[in-house]
Structures are given as C-alpha cells and as structure tokens.
Design a protein. Structure first.
Length: 253
C-alpha cells in the first residue's frame, strides 16, 4: 500500500519542476492524479509518462484556478488532496517593480492558491470528508532578497493564508500545511538564472559549492516530503509552515 493509495490528488503547477516531481511521487504512492500547467507539450508528455490527467490552465485567472478542482472532481468524483505548486519568480525590487509585475505575482503566487483551496474545501465539506492541502511557499516569505520583492510579498501572504485556512477548517478534519522551500535545482530556476543573472553553464556547480550541504535542494526530496504531508502518516499536523532549507533562518555567524 502506497502512502496515497486510492487518493485523488490535484497538483496545480504540475507540468514541470517541483510540481512535476510531486506528480510522479504521488503516482508512485498509489494516487489518482490530475495536474495543471500552461505548457501543453510538457503537460501532455508528463501525463503520458505517468498515466495521469493533464488540464491546461492559466492559474492567473481565478476562474481557471477554481475550475481545476471542478475538473478533477468531474473525472474522479471527488478531491482528497490539493497541492499548490505553481509559482512565478520574475525579478523585481521595491524600486523597479511595476504594478503589472506586482499583480502577476499576486495572481499566480497568492490568488490562485486561494481560489483553488476555496473550491477544494467546498467539495470536501459537501461530502463531509477529511482532506489535505499542501502549499509550496518559499523561505522568501521571511523576507527574501531585494530582487524578489513582489514574490516575497505574495509568498508571505500565502504563508498567512495557509495558517488561516488550517485554523478555520481544523474541526472539519481538513489539514492544510505549507513548505517554505529554499534554493532548488529545477529547469525553471535554470532559465531564471540565465535570464536575470547572466549565469553560465556552470552556475549549478558554483551555487552548490556555496551551500552548507554542497548541493541545491532536489525536486525528488521535496516531492517525497509533500507526499508525507498529504498522507495520513503526517498524523494530526495542520497549520504548519515548515522551513525546508539548509540555511538556518535567524542564525548568525
């Protein structure tokens, strides 16, 4: 028996990166998985490789965020677990962020999780059934670097939303937790490093050498932890926003 045997899991932002890793891990643990993404080619390939269902969606549209849950319920009759893994990391500081960039961050990093959670919890309550939700947040919720001002603001909001929703629905036995992930090796991070920081082909090696554990965070390790939080093995835990990183926030040398 896998940790998510016969559970219906929706992974929003599941066509690449951390989200795709979670899709694979959930399937391995016995779940029936639906996932969303904007890139049809990547989504179709992952769906074919894993036997899952891909729903093309632009989660910046609140209606499409809600509809992702509706489509999962239409296919499988219910939703047991939700993961909000979609994220926008476009750079912007306090001084150079435009209203348009700010709104993009809020739409993807905060509004989309809000309304997908709204739809998922609505289904769980209608069935009087327990459920679990995991939000992929960021250690930037604690402050973040100057070039990630709107991202940090949105992720801090998502951390607060995670705790608020967990408190509101604890008596419904709907557990909601978050993961503040640190610097992680993904294809999206590779693109960002090259586009915004002029990184070369050796950026991963340089970045890894500067980390305490000698490597960046790995997608499969994060995915395994998310599966644990989604599953009954994580027990009664709810409202926790866990720092998943190798740098100790608040620690000083």
């Amino acid at each position: 028996m896998g940790l998510l045997e016969d559970k219906v899991v929706l992974v929003n932002g599941g066509s690449q990166g951390v989200g795709a890793g979670i899709v694979r891990a959930a399937v391995r643990e016995g779940a029936q998985v639906v996932f969303t993404g904007r890139r049809a080619e990547a989504g179709d390939k992952l769906a074919a490789d894993t036997g899952t269902r891909f729903v093309r969606a632009d989660l910046a549209d609140a209606a499409q965020a809600r509809d992702s849950v509706v489509q999962a319920v239409d296919v499988h009759g219910r939703i047991d677990c939700l993961v909000n893994a979609a994220g926008l990391t476009s750079r912007g500081s306090l001084l150079d962020t435009t209203p348009e960039l700010f709104d993009q961050h809020m739409a993807i990093n905060l509004r989309a999780p809000f309304f997908s959670m709204q739809a998922a919890v609505t289904d769980m309550l209608a069935r009087k059934a327990p459920g679990t939700i995991v939000n992929i947040i960021s250690n930037c919720a604690h402050g973040g670097p100057p070039f990630l001002a709107p991202y940090s603001a949105a992720k801090a909001g998502l951390a607060g939303l995670t705790r608020n929703a967990a408190h509101a629905h604890r008596w419904d036995r709907i557990r909601i937790n978050g993961l503040n992930i640190g610097w992680t090796d993904t294809e999206g991070e590779d693109a960002v490093q090259r586009a915004f920081h002029g990184a070369g082909d050796d950026w991963r090696e340089k970045a890894a050498a500067a980390q305490p554990m000698g490597r960046l965070g790995q997608v499969d390790e994060i995915a395994d932890f998310v599966v644990f939080l989604l599953s009954d093995r994580s027990g009664v835990v709810t409202g926790s926003v866990i720092d998943w990183d190798q740098n100790v926030l608040g620690g000083l040398d």
